[in-house]
Design a protein around this ligand. Structure first.
Ligand SMILES: Cc1cc2nc3c(=O)[nH]c(=O)nc-3n(C[C@H](O)[C@H](O)[C@H](O)COP(=O)(O)O)c2cc1C
Length: 322
């Protein structure tokens, strides 16, 4: 049961499609474990990018590969999206039996039309409480021995909807809820409403993770104070900045580590990425994040976003560091 075993307050890596894959999660763990950063074993939990329950049940190879992970990535929660309770249950059974993750998370917040409109999944479940609760109940009925959590937003249109929705999810059996402090309508606009998450927390007895706009160690403390939540879930701020999750006493942001430290981690991440995907083309987006705001790197950006392999990357990094 990762929820009871993990250090409190909980620090979680947010699920991010195309980003929080196995190579990225392994790099985050390696940074956490590096003795250089003197991390005091503050283990965080990983929520992996969402996968389609329908695709899992169909046995889609690419989807199943997305669920693979290395032991070092634990504690790890795999996230599923879908709107059909029976399919969600079947997919959960397959995933738990085959990959043995520490938990399963249900996506009830994704605003992307392909998920929320076409499939009536993700954020659309905030408009259909009965269906959302049926999915939670069905997954709990399967008695798979792993916590079933839900990740959602404040609501579809109004940020007050969560005050009614979250207690229903708890009643249905959810073991933990992560709340992104925005509505579906807001998308990513405006500021995450931590105060509202605090109101929800008071209504629940299960743990709550607060999510949205946490960018620094100071933000983690502030968000915990405002929300009274059991932990925080951090997304975009960790991209290109795995040091933030490590909660290191000396290094907690790439600005403190210097260019050579960044380059070391970039190379390690690239190595893992190439091994996993047999290409570095999909690594370009990570490079942009790693070097965002790093002084003296702007002039190399055009070259960085064209890398095809490790050799290319090493050549550019050499130019950047000399
Ligand atoms: C590129 C990207 C992909 C995302 N993919 C997912 C996903 O697969 N599942 C999910 O529940 N949320 C997903 N999210 C939402 C994040 O988990 C998180 O809720 C959101 O980014 C707000 O947190 P932040 O301000 O810390 O980034 C994604 C966000 C981004 C930016």
């Amino acid at each position: 049961m990762w929820i009871t075993k993990i250090r409190k307050p909980i620090i979680a890596l947010a699920p991010m499609a195309d980003m929080t894959d196995s190579p990225f999660c392994r790099v985050c763990r390696e940074v956490e474990k590096s003795r250089k950063y003197k991390v005091k074993s503050k283990k965080f939990v990983v929520f992996r990018e969402m996968v389609s329950s329908e695709a899992v049940v169909r046995g889609n190879e690419k989807t199943l590969k997305m669920c693979e992970f290395e032991e070092v990535e634990r504690p790890i929660v795999l996230q599923l999206f879908g709107a059909d309770a029976k399919v969600m249950r079947k997919a959960t059974e397959i995933i738990v039996e085959r990959f043995k993750p520490d938990g399963i998370d249900i996506n009830m917040g994704c605003p992307v039309p392909k998920i929320a409109k076409k499939n009536q999944a993700g954020a659309a479940l905030m408009k259909d409480h009965d269906r959302a609760c049926e999915i939670v109940r069905e997954l709990k009925k399967a008695k798979l021995g792993v916590p079933i959590s839900v990740k959602t937003r404040l609501g579809w249109a109004s940020d007050e909807e969560i005050l009614e929705f979250a207690p229903k999810l708890e009643q249905a059996g959810a073991d933990l809820i992560s709340i992104h402090g925005r509505t579906k309508k807001q998308g990513y606009a405006g500021k995450a409403n931590w105060e509202r998450i605090g109101e929800v927390k008071k209504l629940l007895s299960i743990p709550v993770l607060a999510n949205g706009d946490i960018k620094s160690r100071e933000d983690i403390d502030k968000c915990l104070e405002v929300t009274g939540a059991d932990g925080v879930m951090i997304g975009r701020a960790v991209l290109g900045n795995p040091w933030l999750l490590a909660k290191s006493e000396i290094i907690n942001h790439k600005s403190k580590i210097g260019i050579s430290g960044i380059v070391e981690v970039v190379l390690r991440h690239a190595e893992l990425h190439e091994e996993h995907y047999r290409s570095l083309v999909s690594f370009r987006k990570h490079l942009v994040y790693y070097f965002k705001g790093v002084p003296g790197v702007k002039q190399w950006r055009q070259e960085l976003v064209k890398v095809n392999n490790l050799e290319d990357l090493k050549n550019i990094l050499q130019k950047i560091t000399t």
